[in-house]
Design a protein around this ligand. Structure first.
Ligand code: FE2
Ligand code: FE2
Length: 219
């Protein structure tokens, strides 16, 4: 047997063999998703829809969180609490850039409400910070608890659906969930609960978070 007695896959393969261009596109998408992405190429329209909703709302949440910390820093940046807030904000920047990357890779449209979250996130962060350090921390506890619960429910859904298939995505979400829990605990450790009207403010903010999550999945 000589090395060239039978044509190898590479010499015999021509693009005329491929009748459907979509097959090539899917093949490359799968290859790159395996190599770099955390989200598997969708099997069908239903999964695509589900993943897009999920990624869209996560991106919106991280975007909003960044704006909240920006608002807190605008008011308390030069106070003694500044470095602590900056530390949490830096982690939010990492979360957001990861979701920016994931949205681009999977061609997921971000929510149309980003301009609203831009403004309302900043206003929420700045106005609670105007109540003082405790106000900012109360806001952090409320928001981070909502985001953690939201991530936990996504983790449950992905685990129930197909943990093997979503291993990488689960890893990302679990890591971020842990960061959000740390932020939540940081808020409590820095006297969030000593703010007068803490429970009222917390509940009001969490109601807003629930509404934001609801619409960001859909719009
Ligand atoms: Fe985050
Ligand atoms: Fe956070």
């Amino acid at each position: 047997v000589t090395p060239h007695s039978s044509p190898s896959f590479f010499t015999s393969f021509t693009f005329s063999d491929v009748e459907n261009v979509n097959e090539v596109v899917n093949l490359f998408h799968n290859l790159f998703a395996c190599a770099y992405g955390v989200v598997p190429a969708p099997r069908d329209g239903e999964e695509k829809e589900m993943m897009h909703r999920m990624l869209r709302v996560d991106h919106a949440g991280e975007y909003g969180a960044n704006r909240i910390y920006a608002g807190q820093m605008a008011v308390l940046g030069r106070s003694r609490t500044g470095p602590l807030i900056q530390q949490m904000w830096d982690q939010e920047k990492k979360h957001l850039s990861k979701f920016n990357e994931i949205l681009a890779e999977n061609r997921v449209r971000p929510t149309a409400l980003l301009p609203l979250w831009n403004l309302s996130g900043f206003v929420l962060g700045a106005s609670t910070a105007l109540l003082g350090k405790e106000g900012a921390m109360a806001c952090t506890v409320a928001v981070e608890e909502s985001i953690s619960e939201h991530y936990n429910s996504q983790i449950r859904a992905l685990m129930e659906s197909d943990p093997e298939r979503y291993t990488e995505l689960l890893q990302v979400i679990k890591e971020f969930r842990d960061d959000e829990m740390d932020h939540h605990d940081t808020g409590l450790e820095h006297d969030a609960e000593s703010l007068p009207g803490y429970w009222l403010l917390k509940n009001a903010i969490q109601l807003g978070c629930k509404a934001a999550i609801y619409v960001s999945q859909r719009v």
